[in-house]
Design a protein around this ligand. Structure first.
Ligand SMILES: Cc1cc2nc3c(=O)[nH]c(=O)nc-3n(C[C@H](O)[C@H](O)[C@H](O)COP(=O)(O)O)c2cc1C
Length: 387
């Protein structure tokens, strides 16, 4: 087994999940990894575990370095099962380990998943744990993205074990940001931010202020690639993506049964071009909602189109709007559009949902009965150009 040393005496012992393509509904086209780190010090310490099916792989990796029975501490930065799922199998062989978790949410969460029979030790923001030559400091990052979340900082090594923050769903046989295409790492880190953390922009900005006050030369997240050459770049990217200031950019999202709503979408796209605003164009039949959310993160305008189907909008559009409403993008201007036959409720319902997203509605729903004429399309184009 190839075991990588992250720094002297610190090992990556997690697992790469090459084949995962859906992560609670988020499309993971490049797979993922569940990173866990073993620190060999006077007190042997493991930071996080892996998703349950990879438990044995974690134990095998640890066993190549040390007998797991010798592990003193298991730090659980986050209760979610992609990082804690390995706890039951690991604790069978690491029976002397104390599980370090945040107070009170970490303890509550772990006990709800795995019971009360392990030795738990709760820690609070700023608490320190000496493990020998090294000290671990626990930094609370609540709601990034669960109440229990924390990150662990080691000042002697200048490493931040950042758990989900700065992570990417990216499977790789390489471990470090200077061994792979950093553009790909960045793309996946942004997609991760958009789909997991967008809702928590304020908490992200607060956490970034704390992180910027630490002396860091390595960020070791719990998914994807470790940052050692691009630490500043990823912090800057997080600052830019979490600032909630939109770019001059528009997103046109729609579905269509017989192409009429699609024709309207094209006219809207052309209207933005006339206005000098770069737009992107997404048919919901062809694009995954998690990819669209990545684009929506920094967009100023969002136009959403649906025809009317049985007095309703199309289910694809409804799913997209539900997902977007949950992630709560901020500072957006929006409007609805759609073709219909006799009722036209589709675009009205889209408009209602955009209003529920707390977007600024800049146009009443644009409605066309059946197939739009050339003149109607030009009219739509001009309306958008004058926005
Ligand atoms: C199965 C089906 C159900 C429909 N139900 C409605 C409806 O309830 N109300 C309405 O106004 N139009 C209804 N329509 C008409 C469509 O909204 C209309 O054909 C529209 O132009 C389709 O737009 P599209 O080409 O973008 O799919 C229905 C069409 C189909 C195929």
């Amino acid at each position: 087994m190839n075991i990588v040393q992250v720094k002297d005496g610190i090992y990556a012992v997690g697992a790469v999940d090459w084949n995962v393509r859906s992560f609670h509904g988020y499309s993971t086209n490049r797979g993922s990894s569940y990173n866990a780190y073993l620190i060999m010090d006077e007190k042997i310490t493991l930071l996080d575990t892996v998703k349950e099916p990879f438990s044995q792989e974690l134990i095998d990796r640890i066993s190549e370095i040390v007998d797991p029975a010798k592990i003193d501490y298991l730090v659980s930065n986050h209760v979610e099962m992609d990082h804690s799922g390995g706890i039951p199998e690991l604790m069978k062989v690491a029976e002397n380990a104390t599980i370090i978790t945040s107070s009170p949410s970490g303890l509550k969460g772990l006990q709800a998943h795995y019971g009360k029979n392990y030795k738990y030790q709760e820690v609070k923001a700023g608490d320190e744990l000496s493990i020998g030559k090294r000290t671990l400091t626990f930094v609370s990052t609540p709601m990034l993205h669960w109440p229990d979340n924390m990150v662990t900082y080691c000042k002697e090594e200048k490493i931040l074990f950042s758990n989900d923050a700065f992570g990417q769903h990216l499977a790789s046989s390489k471990y470090f940001d200077d061994e792979v295409d950093f553009e790909v790492v960045l793309q996946e880190a942004i997609k991760y931010y958009a789909n997991i953390l967008m809702l928590y922009g304020a908490q992200t900005r607060k956490a970034l202020e704390i992180v910027k006050g630490l002396d860091i030369d390595m960020i070791a997240p719990s998914h994807g690639i470790i940052y050692r050459s691009h630490v500043e770049d990823i912090i800057k990217a997080y600052e830019y993506y979490s600032n909630e200031i939109p770019d001059e950019k528009a997103i046109v999202v729609y579905d269509s049964m017989w192409h009429s709503t699609e024709k309207m979408a094209k006219a809207i796209f052309e209207g933005f071009a006339k206005k000098g605003i770069p737009a992107k164009f997404y048919d919901l039949k062809e694009n995954h909602i998690s990819d669209i959310m990545t684009e929506i993160l920094k967009a100023k305008y969002i136009a959403v189109g649906s025809p009317t189907l049985n007095n309703n909008m199309l289910p694809t559009v409804s799913a997209f709007l539900t997902y977007m409403k949950g992630l709560a993008p901020k500072n957006k201007k929006a409007f609805a559009f759609g073709s219909h036959g006799w009722g036209g409720q589709g675009s009205t319902l889209v408009n209602d949902e955009l209003t529920a997203c707390k977007f600024e509605i800049v146009l009443d729903p644009i409605k066309i009965a059946y197939v739009p004429t050339k003149e109607q399309l030009v009219e739509i184009e001009n309306k958008i150009a004058q926005l």
